[in-house]
Design a binder for this molecule. Sequence first.
Ligand code: SAM
Length: 230
Amino acid sequence: MINDVQPFDRETAARIARAFRPARWHGNRYDYYYTLAKLRSDPLYPGVLAALRGCDAPLMDLGCGLGLLAHTLRGDGQRQPYAGVDIDAGKIARAARIAERTGLHDARFTTADLVQALPDHHGSVAILDVLHYLPDEAQHAMLDAAAAMLVPGARLVIRSGLGDDSGRHRTTRAADWFGHLAGWMQTNPRRYPSRAFLEQRLHAAGLESSFQPLYGKTPFNNWLIVATRT
Ligand SMILES: C[S@@+](CC[C@H](N)C(=O)[O-])C[C@H]1O[C@@H](n2cnc3c(N)ncnc32)[C@H](O)[C@@H]1O
């Protein structure tokens, strides 16, 4: 159980975010400031790193964005093969460029719409802040496919805002809509999975799951879910 997970300290966040600085001084610094702010404020990656530590199965990161998870893994000394997939071709191009420029160990990135098809994979799976952007059927398909990807000892690590009647949920929903309207996220949020739905779906797929809040200092209703094959 990972209790009271906090974001990275300022030094660690700055070290990881450095990879996202533009190659030239006059280049665009948006990704750098975005990753720096996220690493400093969100306990997401410390929570996921703790959940994956000690497991060297190859990792598939579904909806990987800029591949920030891969950088935090290497910074943590975790060297499992990493593959990231995202629908946003611009993010994937930047993720691949940055990985190459910084010599990121064993990381590859692919553009794909996960609503249309899910990749072949055998190992661990990460689904971080992605589920609520997918229509219901695609959420179901992604969870079932992710469960089928797990090899013995591998882990399915999900971070998601949970749908419930809390004020935290309302704040999460408002912030995600704002992110979409402001152009930070191409896709609009659909449905936030409930805890009961996730528990039932993972159990039906033969997985044992644990849930813990991943609030850090944020006002959001974010939870970390770790599932393994029973
Ligand atoms: C909030 S971001 C999270 C990014 C990354 N997982 C992280 O935690 O930093 C959600 C990501 O899901 C991706 N996404 C949304 N719908 C998708 C789809 N249908 N197929 C693949 N990726 C998708 C978005 O492009 C975006 O990069």
